[in-house]
Design a protein around this ligand. Sequence first.
Ligand code: NAD
Length: 391
Amino acid sequence: MARDTLNSSVTSIGVIMNGVTGRMGTNQHLLRSIMAIRQQGGLRVSATHTVMPDPILVGRNEAKLEALAHRAGVDRWTTSLAKALDDPFNTIYFDAQLTQLRSSAVLQAIEAGKHIYCEKPTGVNTAEAYELYTRAKARGVCQGVVQDKLFLPGLLKLKWLIDSGFFGRILSIRGEFGYWVFTGHDQISAQRPSWNYRKDDGGGIIVDMLCHWRYVLDNLFGSVRSVVCMGATHVPERVDENGTPYRCTADDSAYAIFQLDGGMVAQFNSSWTVRVRRDDLLTLQVDGTNGSAVAGLRDCVMQPYAATPRPVWNPDQDSPIDFAKNWMTVPTNQIFDNGFKTQWELFLQHISTGSPFPYDLREGAKGVQLAELGLQSWSERRWVDVPELER
Ligand SMILES: NC(=O)c1ccc[n+]([C@@H]2O[C@H](COP(=O)([O-])OP(=O)(O)OC[C@H]3O[C@@H](n4cnc5c(N)ncnc54)[C@H](O)[C@@H]3O)[C@@H](O)[C@H]2O)c1
């Protein structure tokens, strides 16, 4: 521990970042979270104490790691996870590798006594994901999973409306997520990695998005009790990062309905094969007895009962109501930082001071569980109940 002034101290925390050359690892976790926290002078966790994350980049390709380290201004990188784990200076293990590589690396890190923070999905099935929770708990290390959507400004504004009682009784939630992901044909490269469309590589939109919908619904509205889901692979062939065509073996669209505690119904369409004619790439419409709201990534609009127009069905006339108009914008009353960074700061605070961090590996396993049950519902063409995972 180094003293920077008489009254305050700075502790450096070694953070092993595995899978950091990928899309999420580089942009959200290294550059916009860890490096951003360093650039702001660390995280002040008490009146007299600041923690400074000190990343070590881990991956398979030395040249890529070195290039990223130079770009980010990081001076530690290695292709040996074992070496990084051996160094007692490194107390946090973070994982943003491909999903099927997560469990074995996280288990090694738990064994080495590191605190665990990782991307979702936390495993390829519920059993694997849940084991991470029980093993981390038994080893007594801190644990966390990324639940970034909870920290989106639009969803924080929506939460504010929920907590204020704006909706009265919430009846239903409609989630529309998606955009057109180019196939890689016609010299326009795809804007998502090709593994997303191959089942054997951990791809598929059900696995990807139902993890998110689980924590969004559980945290904002009520626990998910049952699911019915249908997936589809609408686009059968895409072109990979090397320009080689490949067959898509994973679902690129999911049509799911969830029943929640308290009788609420949530219906989510998730798709990489739709074009956007809505306010944002993700919109959540919530309808309640006293009002409705639609949240996007950053904004949220609301329509109270007293401002609700009274439409009458008449296709023979142009509508006298401009339906997009009768909505008020929820004001931006606070500054919203990057959601991934905010969650990193909560985790660093948690390991430094023992402050609450509810997004543990059991929560991660719950996301994997909903995805797995969604896939089961699709293959068996039926509703599937969601059992409680033991604490
Ligand atoms: N929280 C979110 O919103 C969100 C969004 C996208 C992805 N993710 C999750 O983050 C993880 C990484 O996704 P991404 O989109 O960054 O993927 P990506 O393909 O861009 O990155 C994958 C990373 O894993 C590494 N890797 C290790 N072994 C590999 C192998 N055999 N083949 C290919 N890559 C290998 C790559 O080098 C790279 O660092 C996934 O688990 C994904 O589900 C989360």
